[in-house]
Design a protein around this ligand. Sequence first.
Ligand code: UFG
Length: 328
Amino acid sequence: MAVLVTGGAGYIGSHTVAELLAAGEQVIIVDTLGQGHREALLGGKLYVGDIRDADFMDGVFKENEIDAVIHFAANSLVGESMQNPAKYYHNNVYGTLCLLEKMNEYGVKNIVFSSTAATYGEPDSVPIQETNRTEPTNAYGETKLAMEKMMRWFDTAHGMKYVSLRYFNAAGAHESGKIGEDHSPETHLIPLILQVPLGQRQHISVFGDDYATPDGTCIRDYIHVTDLADAHILAMNKLRSGGDSGVYNLGSGNGFSVKEVIDVARAVTGHPIPAVIEPRRAGDPAILIASSEKARRELGWKPAREHLPAIIESAWKWHQAHPNGYRS
Ligand code: UFG
């Protein structure tokens, strides 16, 4: 049987494909290559197309014996989602509806879903548990929450089992050095910091130092992308062996402020990395830290790369070897 990975040529998708291949799985990838990169695929069979294209997806399901889907295909920029919510409803919500309908048509009963901490919005308590209130503060998080709810009703109606994985801040790159993070435009803190020692940026901007945190900058929970990838495989195998649907946070449980992340990057790269304080970025919660106890308990997830210096070192290795991402 084969696993279908939608959005498999993206950052987290491609690292998951790499882990699936290492586990001996037969992997089918669907990606528009709008944001993903062909070079990010270390193997598997790629179909270039859109999950909303019914004829295209008929071909994918007819040509392969798919028993599980891992669904990454989506837009994921918070800022863009606030400017253009329609794009997010169309690609994310309608795209997922099309995918679930096709899965139902072809009798595929297992789906692992790429969700986000943005489903919580400003948390009512930290560390955040899966039972915390979900009140997204941006359209991106709202669409991901809508996609999760859609899966719940497909489970109720059709017995389609889902595991939704709510990631905190994905970071780092694959041990092989062959794949890593390459977004265009790049908005994430760690790759932007590393552009300074690469000579591509004069300084890193710190978006606000007046938050209610010990040093005034936002605190986030950074988790290695390969640890995230491993959780998808555990979740898929749980569903394959008859496990029930569920929602799980994925984070390290450790919070680092923006200033602390910059300090770690200075130590890893040996570069002074100048930082300039700028105004807050709209919609940023002060503190996001995960409780991943449920994933550890029920999925048997054991993140193996939890230390921030090691996470940043793996990213630094990738960016040094690929200063222009997959173009170099
Ligand atoms: N930041 C800076 N300077 C920068 C870039 C980021 O100070 O140049 C700060 C942000 O304000 C934030 C922290 O660094 O406080 C982390 O920002 P990222 O953009 O790297 O990550 P986010 O926490 O904003 O976003 C992540 C995921 C999103 C997800 C969100 C959930 O990338 O997909 O968590 O809140 F929606």
